[in-house]
Design a protein around this ligand. Sequence first.
Ligand code: PLP
Length: 413
Amino acid sequence: MNYQQYFSDAISQLHQEDRYRVFQNIERIAGKFPQATWRHNDIEKEITLWCSNDYLGMGQNESVIEASVNAVRTMGAGAGGTRNIGGTHCLIVELEKELADLHDKEAALVFTSGFVSNEATISTIAKILPGCIIYSDSLNHASMIEGVRRSGAEKRIFRHNDVEHLESLLAADAPEVPKLIVFESVYSMDGDVGPIEAITDLAKRFNAMTYIDEVHAVGMYGPRGGGITQRDGLADRIDIIEGTMAKAFGVMGGYITGSANVIDTIRSYAASFIFTTTLPPGLIAAATASVRHLKNSRAERQQHKQQVALCKLLLKDRNIPILDAETHIIPVMVRDPALCKQASDILLQDFSIYIQPINYPTVPRGTERLRITPTPLHDEAACQHLAESLSAVWTRLGLPFETAPSKPEATVA
Ligand SMILES: *Cc1c(COP(=O)(O)O)cnc(C)c1O
């Protein structure tokens, strides 16, 4: 048997479908965000990041860097063990308190990543509850889908943000069966927001537990950065709020918050929490500093909102086809995998703009896009340059512009 042939075939398949992933070699420059150095063959040049998940530039915030360096100097580079065996350092205990407080919950638990927190928590809850049925939004993130799969529980997929569909699914199952509804607040590919209040109403009526992924909202929304549930005063209606330190908080690591009882259960039963090494002091100290900063400072959120609004305005002025959702994520629709990759390549090579193409399976086929994430540090000139460059690329590739809203014909008096 030629084993290698199977791997070559698997890769060829991706090339044929124009969805082979190419990782750009990017070196972020501390203190110069959103600028970075791009290296490709013999080329080396400074580019502007327009697709970073470090939404507020907190990964380069002075106090965050300071905290990280101090922790490494005082406690060393690694944690030295799993949480259970020698790895529970004082900084992670402190961070968990900080996160529980951020969401007004009794307790919190930190994981290696947001991905692991979703996979571990959803699968563990559904295993603990006998005969549990999971109701999952059709656009949920891969990590939540993995949690649903791992649980082995029965699942019902409701159409994206479709409360009536969810209701009909809940109503069709026996009232006494344990139920878990899993969904997101900000959906990261379209930038839309889930109907949180309506879902919690249903949860109450059908006695279901609720689990929300606030990964794209923590640090960003709510007076203290506690996400959309905090902004809308709904946190106490949700059983488990999940988040990450890797996006607006600019560092790394995932977490859940909820009742002390649920958190203790996940801590005690979830394999991918138990059998892995604790995140190191430098990283945890940075995350804590970032969470604290964004709890107390609204300046980043305010500035961010302004820059997003400006960017949307400039893109619309040039009839670039954006999805105009209510959040900070601006998807520019290309609707073809090869053209999406080409547009991204031209932006990088000729305009020094980096926006990674988003193709299947991250988004459904036919909805390929460039996903733009302005930050408070993209100034007006950068936004102007982005709009002009996209317009030039659209013309060069013959991509369709948004048809301008018809204006009344000028009449000659
Ligand atoms: C990025 C992402 C995650 C995973 O978070 P990481 O901390 O990067 O592992 C989970 N959920 C959603 C919706 C995400 O976009």
